[in-house]
Write a protein that binds this ligand. Structure first.
Ligand SMILES: Nc1ncnc2c1ncn2[C@@H]1O[C@H](COP(=O)(O)OP(=O)(O)OP(=O)(O)O)[C@@H](O)[C@H]1O
Ligand SMILES: [Mg+2]
Length: 339
């Protein structure tokens, strides 16, 4: 069968509703549905390592509940913002005002701006506030929570009695732990995982994700089956089980094929795309390119252990290693001799 000509955005256009992703949307939807009748704010944190799909989940949810302008005015059910790198009350309130289409977002005192924001949210029927990159509420240098901004946010959601969804790296849990009042308003977090090869459900899920991408791409290209045991392990090694690294790699595969006018994608093409796409600032160095012919695609402990560190900042690597392989119990004599 003749293949159709491919759009450059095949990978971006493929949304894979994997279990964690669906689970996150379901929890958010549940809160949204109860927002109207809630007597107190409902808050949930979406937590996961970098590139696990937190922003995509929030984006997907807000596109399902779009803003509408009708005869009665503007309806903005969800106010979604990304925390600035060093948030202050001023920067956050101005950003939110802007999103609410306030034309004078920079004018007035902090209090006046906050009052305007509350009024606008009320008038526009805003039921949910989504805050991405919530870990920026923790100061990078001092590791302390920026309490005035956290308190301001708490007061805002109390006044509106809306749903608050925050998303961020695991470090954002510190914001909640260090701010009792905010913590008390939060339900259990939703975790967005990276897919671990050694956990059966994760591996199966990762392979199902590869199937979904293979299906989209094979409408336009002849390419190796991504979801057989050999290729799935290679893809895992290329991406560390991180959704964002997988999409970045596959996007490069598509672009290269389109630019060279090829309909057939080979293992060699995957190897080239991998070299071009996967550049991780963090994580282990010197990993093999898993799409070369001589790559040993039989899983082994040592390799899997190194692959799990893809995307993990150096300072967290040791902690992560410790979490998975707890140290052997040492005998008293051994402890004394290492002291
Ligand atoms: N379920 C999914 N289906 C298809 N693509 C996805 C899915 N989840 C994430 N992606 C894609 O993976 C990439 C990374 O996702 P996203 O930006 O949401 O990660 P993140 O957890 O917010 O990362 P960061 O912490 O670095 O901001 C994006 O290009 C996104 O479109
Ligand atoms: Mg993000």
């Amino acid at each position: 069968m003749k293949k159709k000509s491919a759009p450059r955005t095949i990978v971006e256009d493929t949304l894979v509703p994997h279990a964690a992703f669906n689970g996150a949307l379901r929890r958010i939807e549940q809160c949204f549905a109860y927002a109207d009748s809630a007597r107190e704010p409902i808050c949930i944190a979406l937590i996961g390592e970098t590139r696990t799909g937190k922003s995509r989940a929030m984006e997907e949810f807000s596109t399902r509940h779009p803003s509408i302008r009708n005869g009665e005015g503007l309806y903005i059910p969800i106010l979604r913002v990304t925390t600035p790198a060093k948030p202050t009350v001023k920067s956050l309130v101005e950003l939110m005002l802007e999103r609410m289409h306030d034309e004078l977002s920079e004018s007035g005192s902090e209090n006046a701006k906050t009052r305007r924001l509350v009024k606008l949210m009320d008038e526009c029927g805003t039921q949910m506030v989504m805050i991405d990159e919530f870990h920026h509420f923790v100061d990078k240098g001092s590791h302390k929570v920026i309490h005035d901004v956290a308190n301001w946010l708490k007061t805002l959601v109390d006044r509106i009695r809306c749903v608050l969804i925050v998303a961020g790296l695991p470090t954002c849990q510190a914001v909640l732990e260090q701010n009792e009042q905010l913590e008390g308003r939060f339900s259990a977090p939703v975790m967005m995982p990276r897919f671990e090869w050694k956990i059966d459900e994760h591996r199966e899920e990762f392979i199902a994700i590869l199937s979904a991408f293979h299906e989209s791409m094979s409408r336009y290209f002849d390419l190796p089956e991504l979801d057989n045991a050999d290729m799935a392990f290679r893809c895992y090694c290329a991406t560390g089980g991180l959704m964002g690294y997988l999409t970045k790699f596959l996007r490069q595969v598509v672009w290269n094929a389109l630019d060279s006018g090829k309909r057939k994608i080979t293992l060699g093409d995957l190897a080239i795309a991998h070299d071009e796409a996967v550049w991780a600032k963090h994580g282990p160095r010197g990993l093999p390119n898993p799409f070369t012919k001589n790559f040993q695609s039989t899983p082994n402990e040592d390799l899997i252990e190194r692959i799990r560190m893809i995307g993990v900042p150096l300072e967290q690597e040791t902690q992560k290693r410790r979490r998975v392989s707890p140290p052997k119990k040492m005998k008293v004599t051994e402890v004394l001799s290492t002291a």
